[in-house]
Design a protein around this ligand. Structure first.
Ligand code: DGJ
Length: 738
């Protein structure tokens, strides 16, 4: 164990330190301080364990912390809870081979390891004093940003089986007299809506237990505000997101004395994990960030971190695509697809994605959602020249090609199910309960993983020009039973399924590293940093109504960067809501993320086609600002009739910002308040230029040069027309001039 003098170490290594020994009565205490660019985490050994002393803004003098009270036990176990000291939430409980469920841990040492030039990891090791059960806690920090990653590993060297009942990724300990919690919940076609309320005394839980596409009903992410209702620019907030695409649970317990303890991680419900001698279980990583200047700063931290470490290809601007789904659904043939590709290409679209319906044979042809899933051979009745033909045509006309798959699922009406009925998740003595006419394959089973790997590898190897995969997943786990797992390990299903999904994807990605992956999952189902580590982007919702997307995308922007958020222009009236909105409004919402189309361009009239071409050109100009810039949320669509947000990008030479402003429902007397911009340099000058402006209704500042100070203090008047239809919008470029 490295023991260094505190001041010396902080000076020597500015962002992380394993600190000095001090005397605590007769017990020798060790202190650990981890610093990120702007935050400090501090721990101290006490009695047999470790206490969390602090998680907050970076302190210059870490040593001051060690005279004060601890926030709580670093990783309370069920033993600590039964002692009555620890506010009842705990991170670890297990049943030993002799039936004892006391789960006691003693601290045994710490290590500080380099991950790479930017990141280090602190390992705190514990051991049960009576049993050969070892637990390690990990805290990984980075010099370049303020995200702390934390997780847990438990290993058994006991003879017999140790049954893990609970293993959290982190136990958050903090204090507040006015805490507010934001969860992000929803359902199909209305996913991930931010919902904030005071954290009540007692328990508040954000959790999901449906196995797959878990984020569709509850995001594995939260905002905990410590100074009343959260704000964009002020107040202390802790934001967390679990890198896991399966069942999770965040249990927050607020005590009467202001203490908040939350166990964050895997959902323990029916998830007992039986460890034999020599086996280990590692939890997913909890990613946390702390800000004392509101959730806007915390989101920007997470976005920057995500572009470096959390999503694939974080430096590469995303292509504009046209997806065939809402334009054709299952009803297409080769001619339809060729036509869509050609029109898309002529409008400036860069990538064409063929959605569901291209596979399955004869009675199992995938002409609707009732048959064919699992039979991944091209349907030559629909597409006589096969995938090769489609790719050949795409190449000829100059557009890239991508394709939809749903590898984890099977229709009972399929050859795959006929051949391998044992490969689906199922329960003895219970009938199948298909959802969307499909069953979930057992990804715990290596044979199933191999089958998925083989067909995906074959698809991508025989068609090396496929550059994009949309990976769908349209059912949750309805019958949680595996024919592969032994009887006494059926409860491993929830964890092993997700590990199987990751394992197979990791193999595919390793073999085909250049292919872009979208996590679709029926809309919103796999928006989590476990999936995002293996994908470039996600599909927020099957609801493509621009008005509703404003709210969903706003909510998701708390955690996920714009470049990962697929947003498509579709037809009006919208297919999910029947709402009519202008093409401009639809574009102006879709352009705040990764822009795409989901319609058949042949249904656009000439004016709309021309308009779309111009919009695509504009998007290409602002793409680096949106996709690589910093987000500032200006006016919340859940609270205001005139929501707005902006992105600011600094090229090193100058700042460029793009402001997106909307008027949802036109009301007399609304929208006179100038829009206060953020993130600009007060002393710099900026040129104002509306993109897609209408000559009859120009901004009064159109073409003018004004100071950043003016834009941030007085604000930019949006000059909404007094008389207009509902759902209008403006996109304004604010560009620094010399
Ligand atoms: C659900 C997806 O979210 C849609 O975009 C589409 O791909 C369908 N599945 C296809 O079945």
């Amino acid at each position: 164990m490295q023991i260094m003098k505190l001041d010396h170490f902080i000076r020597k290594c500015s962002f992380i330190g394993a600190l000095s020994c001090v005397s605590l009565g007769s017990i020798s205490a060790e202190q650990f301080v981890l610093n990120t660019a702007n935050t400090t985490l501090a721990f101290e050994t006490a009695r047999e364990g470790v206490e969390l002393k602090y998680f907050g803004s970076r302190l210059k003098r870490g040593e001051d912390l060690f005279s004060g009270r601890a926030l709580g036990q670093e990783f309370p176990t069920y033993w600590d809870v039964t002692e009555g000291r620890h506010h009842n939430e705990f991170g670890f409980s297990a049943v030993m081979p002799d039936g004892s469920f006391s789960s006691k841990l003693n601290f045994v040492g710490a290590k500080l390891l380099d991950v790479d030039a930017d990141r280090k990891v602190l390992q705190l090791s514990y051991k049960d004093p009576a049993y050969a059960v070892f637990l390690t806690r990990f805290y990984q920090v980075s010099q370049s940003n303020d995200v702390v990653e934390t997780w847990t590993e438990v290993r058994s060297e006991e003879e017999g089986v140790v049954e893990i009942r609970q293993l959290s990724s982190f136990v958050l300990q903090t204090r507040s007299s006015d805490p507010w919690l934001t969860g992000f919940q929803g359902a199909w076609a209305r996913e991930s809506i931010a919902n904030e309320s005071p954290l009540i005394e007692g328990i508040s839980e954000l959790s999901c237990s449906i196995g797959t596409r878990t984020a569709q009903t509850t995001q594995p992410s939260f905002v905990l505000s410590l100074d009343g209702q959260s704000k964009e620019d002020t107040g202390r907030v802790i934001m967390g997101s679990l890198a896991w695409s399966g069942n999770f649970s965040f249990r927050f317990r607020r005590f009467i004395d202001g203490q908040i303890t939350a166990s964050l991680g895997l959902n323990p419900l029916h998830s007992e994990y039986r460890l034999e001698k020599g086996k280990a279980l590692t939890t997913p990583r909890m990613r946390l960030t702390y800000s004392d200047s509101g959730k806007g700063a915390a989101s920007r931290t997470l976005h920057r971190w995500a572009r470096s470490y959390g999503i694939r290809g974080g430096d590469d601007p995303r292509m504009i695509l046209l997806n065939s789904w809402e334009g054709a659904y299952f009803k297409f043939d080769q001619k339809t697809i060729y036509g869509m590709m050609e029109r898309a290409q002529s409008m400036g679209v860069e990538l064409f994605v063929l959605d569901d319906g291209w596979f399955g044979q004869g009675e199992f042809a995938r002409n609707n959602d009732k048959a064919g899933l699992g039979d991944w051979t091209v349907n030559r009745e629909k597409l006589p020249d096969g995938i090769e033909g489609l790719i050949g045509h795409a190449k000829k006309i100059g557009i890239k090609f991508g394709i939809w798959v749903e590898p984890e699922m099977v229709n009972p009406k399929s050859q795959l199910y006929k051949n391998h009925p044992d490969w689906v998740l199922q329960l003895p003595n219970r009938e199948h309960r298909p959802q969307r006419n499909q069953l979930v394959l057992d990804l715990c089973n290596p044979a199933v993983q191999n089958y998925i790997y083989d067909f995906m590898d074959d698809l991508l190897s025989s068609n090396p020009d496929i550059c994009y995969i949309k990976w769908d997943c349209n059912s949750h786990v309805t019958n949680p039973g595996s024919t592969w797992l032994p009887q006494d390990k059926q409860s491993h299903l929830w964890i092993d399924y997700v590990k199987g999904y990751y394992a197979v994807l990791d193999r595919i990605i390793a073999k085909h590293p250049k292919v872009v992956f979208q996590a679709c999952s029926s809309g919103g189902g796999r928006i989590d940093y476990g999936a995002m580590q293996r994908h470039h982007e996600f599909w927020p919702s099957d609801n493509t109504d621009a008005r509703e997307r404003l709210v969903m995308q706003w909510s998701l922007s708390h955690f996920y960067p714009a470049m990962a958020m697929a947003s498509h222009v579709t037809v009006s009236p919208n297919h999910q809501t029947g709402r009519k909105t202008s093409l401009k409004f639809r574009f102006d919402v879709a352009m705040t993320g990764r822009l795409g189309f989901e319609l058949d361009p042949k249904n656009l009239d000439q004016a709309d086609t021309d308009f779309s071409k111009r919009q695509l050109e504009l998007y290409k100009e602002i793409r680096p600002v949106v996709q690589l810039g910093d987000l500032y949320r200006l006016r919340d669509p859940l609270a205001y009739n005139d929501p707005a947000l902006m992105y600011v990008h600094d090229s090193g030479k100058k700042q460029t910002a793009v402001v997106f402003a909307y008027m949802i429902e036109r009301k007399r007397m609304d929208g006179f308040e100038p829009l206060l911009l953020k993130g600009l340099k007060a002393g710099a000058l900026y040129k104002i230029e509306e993109l897609g402006k209408q000559p009859k209704n120009l901004l009064r500042y159109e073409g003018k040069v004004v100071s950043g100070e003016f834009l941030m203090k007085q604000g930019l008047p949006m000059d909404w027309p007094v008389k207009s239809e509902d759902y209008i919008s403006r996109v304004v470029r604010v560009e620094e001039v010399d």
